[in-house]
Write a protein that binds this ligand. Structure first.
Ligand SMILES: [Fe+2]
Length: 395
């Protein structure tokens, strides 16, 4: 029987190689005063930024741009929102990875307000976001966070009193997401690997989530199907193949839609505090913890007997999918659970995903991390000792 569920709206999606060109036709729908939020060097290095500037000039659009080089902090968002509040912007366009998309969303949401974003962040401020914003278009240049399809912007303050929190409202879903895999071709292997593991984590966690619905299941499973054979090639021999990048971009988009509607699990429950306390990319946290967390979830579900079987079966479905089987006999469930864990372990190793210790994290930090972590919609309850073990195995 289908349990009740909710499904938020999604952006208008324009997907496919070369679709960047549609941006110029869309801009006049909103007006012609544009702010671009872009990332660091790679967009410029690839020549794409020059192409965009030429096209904007040719059409006489007014535009300015700002660069976001790291995960956005509240003070940076406040500063940019204050600078652009009086500039009468019609549209904000984010072209970059998850940090750029999140920064673009947060700026678009904060321009109509006078105070700090800190007042509106979940678990930090006491004001509820009202959803007012400048329209926002997202063009991802990585395949990872799925932020182009989600209603939240993650903002981080790193340090002892650090946090990684969301600004969230249904209206913050980008008005339009243009996913052009050509923009992703220049993403370097380590970032492709970390982002790819993040997207895979989001798909898997959403698929086995306690909040999953048949609707998110079909999207997550489909995203996993495209990603499973392309994650390694995207970081190696296939990095310049548009089909490989297209499959990864599609998986990432599905992961964003699914996480917004099915929730996530312990890996993301740990990613927030770890990313708040330490300078470690979100994709690395997810990539490094995924195999260990999945293994532990499976062990705990096995201990639950009959009660754990539905979630175990879903894990096995992903294992079978990886093995090229879209269905399996009852007696084969353990075989596919094993394939899932072994594959994730192999990917973590082959993609050379860093361990936590490489970012200055030590066992003494575990308590404060665990204290601020959450299980989110993890398919099984985990104790503090269980979570400690996941972290320790990836130190
Ligand atoms: Fe993520």
């Amino acid at each position: 029987m289908i349990k009740p569920f909710k499904f938020a709206s999604i952006p208008r999606i324009i997907f496919g190689a070369g679709k960047l060109t549609e941006l110029y036709e869309i801009i006049p729908e909103f007006g012609n005063n544009v702010l671009f939020v872009i990332g660091g060097r790679s967009l410029k290095k690839s020549g794409k930024w020059n192409e965009i500037v030429e096209n904007m000039n040719k059409r006489n659009y007014n535009f300015s741009q700002i660069s976001i080089r790291e995960e956005p902090s509240p003070s940076r968002i406040d500063e940019i929102a204050a600078e652009y509040r009086t500039k009468d912007l019609d549209i904000i366009i984010g072209i970059g990875g998850g940090s750029v998309t999140d920064a673009g969303k947060a700026i678009s949401a904060m321009i109509p307000h006078q105070d700090s974003i800190t007042n509106y962040l979940e678990g930090v401020g006491t004001n509820k976001p009202d959803g007012k914003k400048i329209p926002f278009i997202a063009l991802p240049t990585t395949s990872g966070t799925g932020s182009e399809a989600t209603k939240n912007a993650v903002v981080s303050k790193v340090g002892e009193d650090g946090f990684k929190k969301s600004l969230r409202h249904d209206n913050y879903i980008p008005n339009i997401a243009i996913i052009d895999p050509e923009l992703i071709l220049s993403c370097p292997p380590p970032i492709t690997a970390a982002c790819g593991m993040d997207a895979f984590t989001q798909l898997l966690e959403a698929y086995v989530s306690t909040k999953a619905s048949p609707m998110t299941d079909s999207l997550a499973y489909n995203g996993l199907r495209y990603m499973k054979d392309n994650i390694i090639p995207a970081c190696t021999t296939g990095s310049e193949e548009i089909e490989v990048r297209t499959a990864m971009a599609y998986g990432s988009l599905m992961s964003g839609i699914c996480l917004a509607n099915a929730g996530l699990g312990i890996v993301h429950g740990l990613a927030s505090p770890i990313g708040g306390f330490f300078e470690i990319p979100h994709g690395v946290v997810c990539g490094t913890l995924l195999a260990e967390a999945t293994k532990l979830n499976i062990d705990k579900l096995k201990e639950k007997g009959l009660e754990g079987r539905p979630a175990l079966k879903k894990h096995a479905e992903v294992g079978a999918l990886i093995a090229g089987k879209e269905s399996f006999k009852k007696g084969k469930m353990y075989k596919y659970l094993d394939i899932l864990v072994k594959t994730l372990e192999k990917w973590t190793e082959n993609l050379e995903i860093d361990k936590l210790g490489e970012y200055g994290i030590s066992e003494e930090d575990f308590d404060k991390i665990i204290q601020k972590s959450g299980l989110k919609n993890n398919p099984v309850k985990l104790s503090k000792d269980d979570i400690h073990q996941i972290l320790k195995n990836r130190l």
